[in-house]
Design a protein around this ligand. Sequence first.
Ligand code: GLY
Length: 352
Amino acid sequence: MLSRRDFLATGATAAAGLALGPDSVSGVPAPVAHLRARPLARPVVVASSNGLRGVKVAYDQIVAGTDTLDAIIAGVNIQELDPEDQSVGLGGLPNEDGVVQLDASCMHGPTKRAGAVGCLEDIATPSLVAKAIMDYTDHIMLVGADARRFAIRMGFTPQNLLTEKSRQDWLRWKSRLNPNDFWLDHDDDVRIRFSTGTINMNAVNANGDLSSVTTTSGMAWKVPGRVGDSPIIGAGQYCDNAVGAAGSTGRGESNIMTCGAFLCVEFMRQGLSPEQAVLRTMERVVATTQSKLMGPNGRPHVDLQFYAVSRDGRFAGGSLYEGPGYAVCDDQGPRVAPCVYLFKASERPRRG
Ligand code: GLY
């Protein structure tokens, strides 16, 4: 007689591609058989398109033997430290008070650990602070002033993250808020950014070990104290070493409502490809979008993207609307690939 465990390990089950029931010992849903049957992967790093430089750095480190999480954090550090990227780290667009507040989280598949930081001020690399929380505490998330104090105790150097460019954008936004206040409008035609930019990066190495990280300055001009999806494990990013990793950029509130990164990994656990998983996740986002965010044509006003990599090295990027690409690096080199999408750009509703 084969035990249930022996039976699950047989190639017959793998060939059938059957989804397995909960693990009899832990009660945790087991990965589908075809994922268990593939121990080795094709190394690949995927990210939001602003991670094009970072995916190359991370990929090169991974093939040289660096741990996947260390490699992708080195990848996102490039954007965090780049004052020209106004969606993350140094130079990120500030909250409505003109203060830069950062969020980040990470997961390390092989050791099943996670770290996160929310509403962090004055530290340019929240991804590394999230990892320090993971490495040096038995907690997962620290926030606000105490997260800053923790970071400084861990050796991070505080600095002013508000660049002159971002301060000027904030001043323009502020001066145009109300025609009856005492701020003079600037009659220039500089477009005021309203960013929900972020960088998410996910990777798998040749052993099938996975990691994920997401870091952001969050929504531009947000209410002070607002925390988005990026530091929420299961929303901003998620990683299960038995299945895959996924993460998101775009309007965080919509993603939090869907637990999008977790859902994407769960879809892959059920046997969907990364491409199918990001599409199904976005369908769920649309289904959970409140009516005030929907246009008359039943399409959301929201921008949201997901990026996913499976344990065997398949990958995809997906966007609600046609247009954005995503960054990928594998043995073909770094490039921006087109996202799969739910809706054509022409279907995007106009704001009334
Ligand atoms: N996805 C970034 C944010 O909403 O904060």
